[in-house]
Design a protein around this ligand. Structure first.
Ligand SMILES: Cc1ncc(COP(=O)(O)O)c(C=O)c1O
Length: 371
């Protein structure tokens, strides 16, 4: 577990750092465990920190969606018995072979016949594999679309399902409604498309995986209630009166929703020019989504209070020399803010520190503390 934070550290701290709130993570895990009627696979890509994986395991999440061989190794090192779902639809031959042979991975996603063939060849035509067919479905309610790169079209899906049924142990369907999905209807639409495909194929489905996409509160996004998502999914799945869904196991792969709120990043102001704050993290560090995607995050002063000043909108610039290193926000902070102040950027647990580069010599390492 990370070291306990003490405000006296701030005097010594020069680089951006993180605060981890374990209780917030535990609360989110509880919400998923109590409200989702299937099995939760945590999407490791959102945040692969060991202290997060350990809490997930302790709280009953023992299955993981991974994208690479390194993520397989990471999870197996922490928990040799964890169940791995290798859900990247396009994998290297080497990662397929090693995941199967050395790490006992039996669940793989695909979205083409060529990828199926690769899996067959690299596993010596193993008969103990579960193959999950990734469908292309609309991502129109999501901040980040995941529909362009992956997914098999409705027209081609039934044939692939039949092939999987014939050649492998178990058959799965999976999809992703896109990350930060702002309308639970997206899941209903995706389930309807899946139902049609399954019916046409006549294949009995062993796994039905509704992916990730559950949203998090960011300023500028409309309010939402996670219960609406769970109700929509649970009701719809439980009421599926379709023989092809008999004994089907329901799965989900949340990433962002599980870990976003449990971490804040603390950044320092290097300079203020009117409403521009030059801070010590940016798009090449943890703020990729704030820059490229224009994500806003809740912010507040860290380490000092100001109850008197008016709140003003600020934009952030990162520490590199690239002028694209810019986060538009707007981030509302007290007008007294100036060089040397620290800012807590909240909801920074997902897709943040994993995206960092070493550009311009920055972002070598982030210290993480708990509170
Ligand atoms: C295959 C797959 N599963 C799950 C996730 C996690 O999605 P989210 O963070 O939106 O919950 C992603 C995100 O890219 C993904 O590609």
């Amino acid at each position: 577990m990370p070291l306990k934070f003490n405000y006296s550290f701030i005097k010594r701290q020069q680089e951006p750092f993180y605060i981890f709130y374990p209780e917030r993570l535990k609360k989110k895990i509880r919400i998923f465990n109590e409200n989702f009627s299937g099995e939760v696979l945590y999407a490791v890509k959102a945040n692969p920190s060991k202290f997060i994986i350990e809490i997930l395991l302790k709280k009953g999440i023992n299955s993981f969606d991974v994208a690479s061989l390194n993520e397989v190794k990471l999870i197996k090192k922490i928990s040799p018995n964890a169940k791995i779902f290798f859900m990247n639809p396009v994998k290297s031959r080497n990662s397929i072979k090693k995941a199967y042979k050395n790490y006992n991975v039996r669940n793989f996603a695909i979205d083409s016949l060529d990828e199926i063939k690769k899996i067959q060849e690299e596993t010596n035509f193993a008969k103990d594999l579960n193959i999950h067919l990734r469908l292309a479905i609309p991502n129109k309610f999501s901040a980040i679309s995941l529909s362009n790169k992956f997914g098999v079209k409705e027209i081609n899906a039934p044939q692939l399902l039949e092939y999987i049924k014939k050649e492998f142990f178990k058959v799965g369907i999976c999809f992703h409604v896109g990350s930060q999905c702002m309308n639970p209807i997206a899941y209903k639409i995706a389930i309807e498309i899946s139902k049609k495909i399954i019916k046409r194929s006549g294949v009995k489905i062993n796994f039905f995986n509704i992916g990730g996409g559950f949203p998090v509160f960011y300023p500028g996004y409309k309010d939402f209630c996670l219960d609406d998502y769970f109700n929509q999914i649970n009701d719809y799945i439980l009421n599926l009166d379709d023989d092809n869904f008999l004994n089907t196991k329901l799965l989900a792969e949340p990433g962002r929703s599980i870990v976003s709120e449990c971490m804040s990043m603390i950044v320092k102001v290097n300079l203020r020019k009117k409403n521009k704050l030059y801070i010590n993290d940016g798009i090449y560090g943890s703020l990729n989504n704030a820059g490229y995607l224009g994500f806003n995050y809740p912010v507040k002063l860290f380490g000092r209070e100001d109850k008197k000043s008016k709140f003003e909108p600020f934009i952030f610039y990162g520490p590199t020399c690239d002028s694209r290193d810019f986060m538009p926000g707007p981030f509302y902070l007290p007008d007294s803010i100036n060089e040397g102040d620290w800012i807590e950027i909240e909801h920074m647990g997902a897709y943040t520190m994993t995206m960092k580069t070493k550009f311009n010599g920055f972002f070598e390492k982030y210290n993480v503390f708990t509170i």
